[in-house]
Design a protein around this ligand. Structure first.
Ligand code: FE2
Length: 184
C-alpha cells in the first residue's frame, strides 16, 4: 500500500493550492451593477473578490466542489464589498460556508423575497438551504475569507437574483453597520 499526497492543500485560514485549482477575480468594472451607486473614485480595475475553486470531476448528483471566496475590504460609496449573489439552479442542493478570517455578513433570501443576515467571524459555520439565495458581504477592514462546499450539480442562478433582488443593502459608517432598503 502506498501513502501519497492528496495533491491539494488548504492552509488553515489561507490559500488553496493544487493542480486542479481554478481561480477567478471579480473587478469593480464587472461588479458596478451590484451596488446602489457608481463610485467614481474607485479604479474600475480594482479587484473586489477572488474565488479559488476545486471543481469536482463530474457535475451530476453526488459530487462536491470546494472553494475559498476572498472579499477585499473595498467600499463603494460606503456600501460594503459583496458577491453577486445567487440561487442554486438545482434547489435540492445545499451549501456550507465557513468563515476562516475577517468579519462580514451572509445575506440570505427565501423564495418569497424575505431576506436576513447571519454574522460571519472566524469559526462561524453557515448552512444554506438550497431554496435560499445567498450573498457574502465584507463589513470589516480586512479580507473576508470564506470556505465553501457545495454539490457540483447545484449551478448558479444569477438571473433569478437579478429579477428578484435582495431587498436590503449593507453600508458602513463611523457608527458601524447601516442597513438600508434597496431601491427598486
Ligand atoms: Fe451557492
Amino acid at each position: 500500500m502506498e501513502i501519497i499526497e492528496s495533491g491539494l492543500f488548504h492552509i488553515f485560514d489561507g490559500e488553496l493550492t493544487g493542480d486542479k485549482v481554478e481561480k477567478s477575480c471579480k473587478l469593480y468594472k464587472d461588479a458596478m451593477s451590484f451596488y446602489e451607486s457608481v463610485d467614481e473614485s474607485l479604479d474600475p480595475e480594482t479587484v473586489m473578490y477572488e474565488v479559488t475553486t476545486v471543481n469536482a470531476d463530474r457535475k451530476e448528483e453526488g459530487y462536491l466542489n470546494w472553494a475559498i471566496s476572498l472579499l477585499h475590504p473595498v467600499k463603494v460609496n460606503g456600501e460594503c464589498c459583496m458577491t453577486r449573489g445567487h440561487f442554486h439552479i438545482d434547489t435540492n442542493c445545499e451549501e456550507y460556508y465557513w468563515c476562516a478570517r475577517g468579519t462580514g455578513l451572509l445575506m440570505m433570501m427565501d423564495e418569497n423575497g424575505n431576506d436576513w443576515c447571519e454574522k460571519m467571524y472566524p469559526g462561524s459555520l453557515h448552512h444554506i438551504n438550497g431554496h435560499h439565495a445567498h450573498r457574502l458581504i465584507n463589513t470589516g477592514n480586512e479580507d473576508l475569507r470564506i470556505i465553501c462546499c457545495w454539490n457540483s450539480n447545484a449551478g448558479h442562478d444569477y438571473k433569478r437574483v437579478e429579477e428578484h433582488p435582495f431587498v436590503h443593502r449593507v453600508f458602513v459608517s463611523e457608527e458601524g453597520i447601516v442597513i438600508k432598503d434597496a431601491q427598486r
